[in-house]
Design a protein around this ligand. Structure first.
Ligand code: MN
Length: 251
């Protein structure tokens, strides 16, 4: 049998995961979801660690990506847990680099590193990997991405660090303030974080980086309304807020 002169076609179509971009008609294609564990000392301590150890990394698959806007703010409480926790995080969206050809920060979003804490704890105590606690379907609800260019922030890691360090990250559940902290408290600041991830995994356009959560993580329940914000010193939202309603069952 002779080979076709054309490129082989995939056996079946595979959808590309994506998020909306604020104020633009294009979508942002998502390849990998890289997460940083225990990057805020107070959260490391509430998880039983010292808060003086270097952060570490784990991943979720694109199956965990949940486009909050596309889902009209609704999020299904996951199966297989009785203790699902919120972790509000700043998300860096990596785009193609300029002259260097390397990936660079293209935009910012807010995301929730939702965690089946009971399942994670079982695996931790057994010395096994955490995926069942972290990488379940819809485990990474994320807002639309705001382009750095639209915020007047240069795609340089130190510029991103400076802009973020002037902000406060806050999560309300109903009328209760559950999480608050500033990227100033990151144990591994943005430039060092990008270097470490590049060294361990390489950095690619389409990567989302969940940069760690401040203290105050805790359970969510069906019916809860979550509101996450990244506020500048004058109380203005740097990027659009995250708003999520927890539903009882899968949509
Ligand atoms: Mn996290």
């Amino acid at each position: 049998m002779s080979r076709s002169p054309q490129s082989p076609l995939p056996l079946f179509p595979l959808a590309v995961a994506s998020l909306p971009i604020v104020g633009r008609s294009e979508t942002f294609p998502v390849g990998r979801i890289l997460c940083v564990g225990r990057n805020y000392a107070a959260h490391a301590q509430e998880m039983g660690a010292s808060g003086s150890e270097p952060p570490f990394f784990f991943m979720k698959s694109t199956n965990s990506l949940w486009d909050i806007e596309g889902a009209q703010g609704r999020w299904p409480y996951p199966t297989g847990t009785h203790d699902c926790h919120h972790e509000l995080e700043i998300v860096l969206a990596m785009g193609p680099g300029g002259n260097s050809g390397d990936a660079e920060v293209w935009g910012l979003a807010l995301g929730l590193d939702m965690t089946r804490r009971d399942r994670q704890a079982e695996m931790k105590s057994a010395g096994k990997p955490w995926e069942v606690g972290k990488a379940f379907p819809a485990a990474a609800p994320t807002t639309p991405i705001t382009a750095l260019a639209d915020l007047g922030i240069a795609p340089d890691p130190s510029a991103v660090r400076s802009a973020l360090e002037a902000t406060e990250l806050r999560l309300m559940v109903g009328s209760e303030l559950r999480q608050s902290g500033s990227p100033r408290q990151m144990l591994c600041p943005i430039p060092e974080l990008l270097c470490a991830i590049r060294a361990e995994f390489g950095l690619q356009a389409g990567d989302l980086i969940f940069t760690g959560t401040p203290s105050g993580v805790g359970p969510v329940h069906p019916g809860d309304g979550l509101r996450g914000e990244l506020l500048t010193p004058d109380g203005r939202a740097l990027i659009p807020a995250l708003r999520l309603e927890v539903l009882a069952a899968a949509i």
